[in-house]
Write a protein that binds this ligand. Structure first.
Ligand SMILES: [Zn+2]
Ligand SMILES: [Zn+2]
Length: 293
């Protein structure tokens, strides 16, 4: 809850006029306790999970040829029933395990110093904090994910996430409840080490969720804006990890590719890419030879 009762009071306290975004934030948050603002994160988790995968669900159901050619594993088709079951299972995990944990983490959020007041973060602060959160999450997630591939952890926990050999957008958070909680640690680590404004905190979790949904979508569009992000893994990269399954020792990273390159866990994927390139070149040569003949 903001310590000012009026816009004028906020302007006097800051010693300057408010930006449009700050005025909107003042009007929205002035009378809301910090706990209520904190609980928005749970609301966004369920909301964005319910909305963001819809285009991929529609693509899957349409079977439209022009879209189908961008499908990474085109032979696998999911029915509405299968996809709805995935949604229902994930929402159950969100309600039973994730939401209570997020809500009781409120004292920790206060303790690490996530702020709710004015001023709002500048565009530059927002960019750098989100960048740091992504890098910290990617690195720590990489190592936890690698550990989840040891025999015991895979059989007991991680196997559930790998039920989707050809992942779909809805299956991004489809995992054992213990995995969702364990992988919450890397997501929380960035804001804990570099605390910022609660709007940055919300945006971080929303962007991370959208990234995971795209990465699991099963579609690799050449025009996707994420193709312009340096070292970004993307759908084809993570799809390979699911395709290989439990024995996979390749493509562990959640967002970027650099960890897999540094620690040498990109080799399987690289080999497959080279083979595909070679096969398509062979096919091209064979077709041209036929034509020439
Ligand atoms: Zn895995
Ligand atoms: Zn996955």
């Amino acid at each position: 809850m903001l310590p000012y009762h009026t816009l004028e009071g906020a302007q006097v306290a800051l010693g300057r006029g408010l930006t449009l975004a700050e005025t909107i934030w003042f009007k929205y948050s002035a009378n809301k306790p910090d706990f209520v603002l904190h609980c928005h994160n749970t609301l966004f988790l369920c909301l964005f999970y319910s909305i963001a995968p819809i285009p991929f669900v529609l693509m899957e159901l349409s079977g439209y040829e022009k879209l189908n050619k961008h499908k990474i594993q085109p032979s696998v088709k999911r029915s509405f029933k299968e996809m709805f079951k995935c949604y229902k299972d994930v929402m159950e995990t969100f309600v039973i395990a994730v939401s209570p944990l997020q809500i009781i983490s409120y004292p920790t959020i206060k303790w690490i110093g996530i702020r709710t007041g004015l001023s709002l973060p500048s565009g530059w602060e927002l960019f750098w904090q989100l960048f740091i959160y992504f890098v910290i999450e990617d690195f720590s997630n990489y190592w936890i994910h690698r550990m989840l591939h040891c025999k015991w952890a895979f059989e007991k926990i991680h196997k559930v996430h790998h039920e989707y050999v050809a992942p779909i957008g809805l299956s991004a958070p489809y995992a054992h409840w213990a995995e969702i909680i364990i992988l919450g640690i890397p997501s929380f680590l960035g804001p804990a080490l570099v605390p910022g404004h609660i709007t940055t905190y919300w945006l971080w979790f929303i962007l991370r969720q959208l990234e995971a949904i795209e990465t699991h979508s099963g579609y690799d569009f050449p025009w996707s804006p994420t193709k312009y992000i340096p070292f970004y893994g993307g759908p084809a990269y993570h799809d390979y990890h699911h395709y290989v399954g439990g024995k996979s020792q390749s493509n562990f990273a959640s967002v970027f590719t650099y960890c897999d390159y540094i620690y040498g866990t990109h080799k399987g994927y690289q080999y497959r890419k080279q083979m595909r390139k070679k096969n398509s070149t062979d096919t091209f040569i064979a077709q041209n030879y036929k034509m020439d003949g």
